[in-house]
Write a protein that binds this ligand. Sequence first.
Ligand SMILES: [Fe+2]
Length: 356
Amino acid sequence: MTAAPSPMMPESQAPGMSRVVAVQDQFGAWLIPGRKSPPSKEGGYSDRADAAIERGVRLCAELEAGNILFCDREAVNLYFPRTAFPISAEEREFLLGQKQTSAAYHKNIAYRPGEDRVTGLDKSEAAEAERLRKILRDYSQRATEFLEKLLPPYAGKWKLDFASYRPLEEKGRPARTRARNDLPHVDSFPTRPTNGDRILRLFTNINPSKNRVWITSETFEAIAPRFAEALGIPGAPSGHPAAKWLRALAHRSSRLLPGLAPFIRRSPYDVFMHRCHNAMKEDAAFQAECPKQRWEFPPDATWIVFTDCVSHAVLEGQYALEQTFLVSREALVAPERSPLAALERLAGHSLTIPAV
Ligand SMILES: [Fe+2]
């Protein structure tokens, strides 16, 4: 463990800022996904399962308050393998070796679980793409199983979004302003509107020797008034029959209109969150003045954060894996802390669209 402050020294938390919560055991492993009836209390299982659920609720509350869950092998090596869930030596070797042998890598190599395919590689990389597809598919499955055990309140109540591999050094990586990772921002995906569901991301630093360096700033709850004033309070969703018909059509036709449907389906919440993502990066005064905390995530660390709530930026680091979950807002343990709730308090009306 290096750095000051490090993720293991989180106690000075200013209002609206994040702290890191260390996860030091695998108690949630007593929960087996899909198991309908746990063994009897005589076996001790149910008591442990109850405690795991209780702990899961507590960890969910920490995440929803804007804190970061952190699993570090130095802190937890009695319980975890090298990482929070296994990544084999062969998988690491392949991932770390690719950058040296290929100039075709993009900023992000994404695995789409719903389609079981990889994007972000040139067509000439077909053999590599196949190996990567398998590695990212396995990572995605292990990350999902890990979170099902760690965060039972969310288990099965999420939509599995993309997994990604980030093979490029972040420090000094050229990018246009809105695509820069080194400027504090909250996440919003224009092509995957959430309608108030949450963006939960799990990261693993697979760099063998270098930390992944983040800064975090204030949570969305704290910055919402500033950007609502700058961007304007979002209006209520249109209840006009034509708008409803168009949204229903986009929902049914998302495969036929893949480029257009997500934009028609966006709620006022989604529109605001994406504008906020851009405005935060483009606001030079905000970038200069916002309070910042620096975090260094060492090799093999895994960390979990609601990135639609925590303002975050990546300053340095190369070789990270990541899995995104879109957590249903119905599953939240403290929905009043969500970005949607914060924005609706400012707006005074609903910002979501009814389910089709
Ligand atoms: Fe981000």
